[in-house]
Design a protein around this ligand. Structure first.
Ligand code: FES
Length: 137
């Protein structure tokens, strides 16, 4: 296992992100900001694996799938980006327990679109920790 991380320069937010070929290293193995600073508080991270492109990305806990899927070229598609259209239905291959609970709106949209029990809206759900593997729905 040789993680090759590349910093996603140009990010518009302050989230820490690293990428590696899936299956990637544990979230703690690679940090985009470089070496750990002794005594520094490390933000909680999660690993988000995009099965369709074979990439694992380490993200700050609370990151929505949409925030990374477009950056890394996943085939997940988007419409409204507001949890209303269902275009971004995404299959959670593994790690459903590491996602935020669906809102009433997301639950309704998933139901209206006959989504399966392993599906979530990529524009709405947040990765809270651990390892989550997704692919386009
Ligand atoms: S893009 Fe419309 S629900 Fe996610």
């Amino acid at each position: 296992m040789t993680p090759e991380a590349s910093d996603l320069c140009g990010s518009t937010d302050s989230r820490t992100e690293t990428m590696s070929a899936a299956p990637g290293p544990a979230a703690s193995e690679v940090a985009a900001s470089g070496a750990a600073v002794p005594g520094a508080v490390t933000p909680a991270t999660a690993q988000l694996v995009f099965a369709d492109v074979g990439l694992a990305v380490t993200v700050k806990a609370g990151t929505r799938i949409i925030e990374m899927s477009e950056k890394i070229g996943s085939a997940i598609t988007y419409g409204c980006r507001a949890g209303e259209c269902g275009t971004c239905i995404t299959r959670i291959v593994d790690g459903m327990d590491h996602l935020s609970e669906p809102s009433a709106l997301e639950t309704r949209v998933l139901k209206d679109n006959l989504a399966g029990r392993h599906d979530r809206l990529a524009c709405q759900c947040q990765v809270l920790g651990g390892v989550v593997t997704v692919r386009p729905g």
